[in-house]
Write a protein that binds this ligand. Structure first.
Ligand code: KG4
Ligand code: ZN
Length: 381
C-alpha cells in the first residue's frame, strides 16, 4: 500500500511516499521518497516557532515539496504532463476551491503548475497530520490533503502526529521486530509522554508532563545560555565538554511512583543557579542540565517498563536525537532490565518528518470522509 503523507504540524513542511507491507504483527516499510523543508531559519530570530509565519511558509512550500517527492519516487514522468490531463471536472474543481478557500496562494499554485500530475499517481491513499500541533500550521496541510484526495480520488487518512513518532522506528532500513507490550517514551518540543503500547496502533498514555515539554526545556535553557534555536542540538554539542555532576540540579518528580514529568522547575533551577553563580562554565551548565533531564526520563521509563512487564522500549520525537539520552537509555536498560530490547530510530527519523506519518496511517488504516477531517491542536493518542 503506497501512501503519500503530509506533515505540517510545526515548522517543517514535510511530504513522503512510503510503501507499507505486512499485517499489524510485523508491518514493514520502504520509504520511496521523503522531503523535509525546514523553516527554522525564519523562526530563529523570534526564538521559537511563530504560528502565522509557519502557516504562510507551509502555503509556499507544500507544492514545491510535493513535486520534489513525486519526482524522487519517479512518479513525475511524461504521462503526467499530457495537456489533456489539464482538464479537471467542474465538480472536482469546485471541491478543490472549497478546500483551499483559506489558502488562496496554495490554490493558485496548484492550478497553475504545468507539471502537476492531474491524473492519479500510483498511490493508494493520502495521510495527513491532523494534530496535535499548531492549529494554523495543521490546517494548511489538512486542507491541501483534502484537495489532493478530491483531485486524485484517493482515501484520506487523518493521522496523529504522536503515533507518527512511535512508528518512526519501523522506517529503519533494517526491519525490526518489536515484542509487545512496549513502553514508548515520546519526547519532543511540545510533548513528553510515556505510552503503553499493547501492539502497533494500540496506545495508552500512562504519564505525561504537567508543565513544559522536555524539548521546550532544552530550548529555554539554550536561550538562557545565549545559544541558537532549536536549543536541543546546541545544548547537546556544548554538553560534550562539560562536567555532568558540576551543578546539583533537581530531578522533578523522580521519586513519585506515577509516570508524570515536570520540567518547568528544572528550567527555573538553571535560571537561579546562573543568576547566583555568574562565573560558571556554560558547558558545565549544559552538561548538568542534560544529565538531570535524561535521568528523570530514563528512570521513569524503566520503572514503567518494569511495572507493565514490557518487552521493548521505543523512543521517538525530536529530543530522542539526543546522544546522551540515547546512550544512557541503552546502558541503563541493559543493566537493570537486560531482557528488554531498546529501539532507537536514527536521529533523522526522530525529528519531524512525513514518512513516520505514512507509517502511522498504514497501521491505523482509518480513512475518513475528507469533509469531516479537521485540524485539532490538542488531539490526544
Ligand atoms: O519532534 P520535533 O522535531 O518537533 C515537535 O514535534 O516538537 O522536536 C523538536 C524538539 C525541539 O525542542 C528541539 O530542541 C529538540 O526536539 N531536539 C533535541 C535534539 N534535537 C532536537 N533535544 C535534545 N537533543 C537533541 N540532539
Ligand atoms: Zn514532532
Amino acid at each position: 500500500m503506497k501512501i503519500l503523507a503530509i506533515e505540517t504540524s510545526c515548522d517543517e513542511t514535510a511530504i513522503s511516499i512510503i510503501d507499507g507491507k505486512g499485517g499489524l504483527k510485523s508491518p514493514r516499510f520502504s520509504v520511496l521518497s521523503s522531503v523535509v523543508s525546514s523553516q527554522i531559519a525564519l523562526h530563529t530570530e523570534w526564538g521559537g516557532v511563530v504560528p502565522n509565519i509557519a502557516r504562510r511558509e507551509h502555503q509556499k512550500n507544500l507544492l514545491p515539496v510535493l513535486l520534489q517527492v513525486l519526482e524522487q519516487a519517479d512518479f513525475l514522468n511524461d504521462k503526467y504532463q499530457n495537456p489533456n490531463d489539464k482538464k479537471i471536472s467542474k465538480i472536482k474543481l469546485k471541491k478543490i476551491q472549497k478546500y483551499l478557500e483559506r489558502e488562496p496562494e496554495l490554490l493558485k499554485l496548484l492550478l497553475s503548475t504545468f507539471h502537476f500530475p492531474l491524473s492519479t499517481p500510483n498511490i493508494d491513499a493520502i495521510a495527513v497530520t491532523h494534530g496535535p500541533g499548531l492549529e494554523p500550521a495543521l490546517w494548511v496541510g489538512v486542507n491541501f490533503a483534502k484537495a489532493l484526495s478530491a483531485l486524485w480520488d484517493l482515501p484520506l487518512i487523518p493521522t496523529n502526529h504522536m503515533e507518527g513518532h512511535i512508528s518512526a522506528v519501523l522506517l529503519e532500513e533494517k526491519p525490526i521486530r518489536t515484542n509487545f507490550p512496549a513502553i514508548a517514551l515520546l519526547v519532543s518540543g511540545g510533548h513528553t509522554e510515556l505510552v503503553l503500547a499493547k501492539s502497533w496502533g494500540d496506545y495508552k498514555i500512562i504519564g505525561e508532563t504537567q508543565d513544559d515539554a522536555v524539548g521546550e526545556a532544552f530550548d529555554k535553557v539554550a536561550r538562557m545560555l545565549s545559544l541558537g534555536y532549536p536549543g536541543g542540538p546546541e545544548i547537546s554539542k556544548l554538553a560534550k565538554t562539560g562536567k555532568r555532576d558540576a551543578i546539583p540540579l533537581p530531578r522533578p518528580m523522580i521519586s513519585q511512583t506515577n509516570f508524570n514529568f515536570s520540567f518547568s522547575g528544572l528550567k527555573t533551577a538553571v535560571l537561579y543557579y546562573m543568576r547566583d553563580n555568574k562565573k560558571t562554565d556554560k558547558a558545565d551548565i549544559a552538561a548538568s542540565f542534560e544529565e538531570a533531564a535524561a535521568d528523570v526520563l530514563i528512570s521513569k521509563t524503566l520503572r514503567a517498563a518494569e511495572k507493565h512487564k514490557a518487552r521493548s522500549i521505543i523512543i521517538g520525537g525530536g529530543v530522542a536525537a539526543n546522544t546522551h539520552l540515547r546512550n544512557e537509555l541503552k546502558r541503563r536498560t541493559k543493566k537493570r532490565l537486560p531482557d528488554i530490547s531498546v529501539f532507537l530510530p536514527s536521529p533523522k527519523l526522530t525529528t519531524d518528518n512525513a514518512a513516520m506519518i505514512g507509517a502511522a496511517a498504514y497501521i491505523s488504516q482509518k480513512p475518513k470522509r475528507p469533509g469531516n477531517v479537521v485540524a485539532r491542536a490538542n488531539l490526544r493518542l
